[in-house]
Design a protein around this ligand. Structure first.
Ligand code: DQA
Length: 147
């Protein structure tokens, strides 16, 4: 059995469903978790799904993924635009990284157009709401298909 795909979500994503639903949709983070688990299971894979509002906790999980995960899907939320420390952790993770956003930051305010995480990511899925996570899990599974 291959190692799980870590699906990590950053600050304020615990408020999904009530936070700016016109941008981020009406589905909750629990709904997104179920979608990721179902997509992974359909592909014979599993996910570890976690969210934190704290930069250091996200970094601890990325470091854990070095030995415990086959790939990392990360929606860094606001930290994507600010955190060199998360970028450094991702650069050291040694497994494929897929960046994921519910909205399309490139079509929003100028400060969202730059994400540090992209510098460490194999690819980026954004703009499809909760489906961005499912597509990112699928991409991660494809990149790490057992031989
Ligand atoms: C987000 C986009 C970020 O710009 C924002 O700070 C978020 C959510 C997204 O999923 O669309 O918190 O990562």
């Amino acid at each position: 059995m291959s190692k799980p795909i870590y699906v990590l979500s950053g600050p304020n994503l615990n408020l999904l469903g009530v936070r700016e639903p016109e941008i981020y949709g009406h589905q909750t983070l629990d709904d997104v978790k179920r979608l990721c688990e179902a997509r992974a299971a359909a592909l014979g894979r599993s996910v570890v799904f976690r969210q934190s509002n704290h930069e250091g906790e996200l970094i601890d999980w990325i470091q854990e993924a070095r030995t415990e995960a086959s790939a990392v899907v990360i929606n860094p939320a606001g930290y994507g635009h600010t955190s060199v420390a998360i970028l450094d952790a991702l650069k050291a993770v040694g497994v494929p990284v897929i960046e994921c956003h519910l909205s399309n930051p490139a079509s929003r305010e100028a400060f969202r157009r730059k994400t540090y995480v992209s510098l460490a990511a194999t690819g980026l899925v954004s703009g499809f709401g909760a489906a961005s996570y499912e597509l990112a899990v699928e991409a991660a599974a494809g990149l790490t298909r057992p031989a």
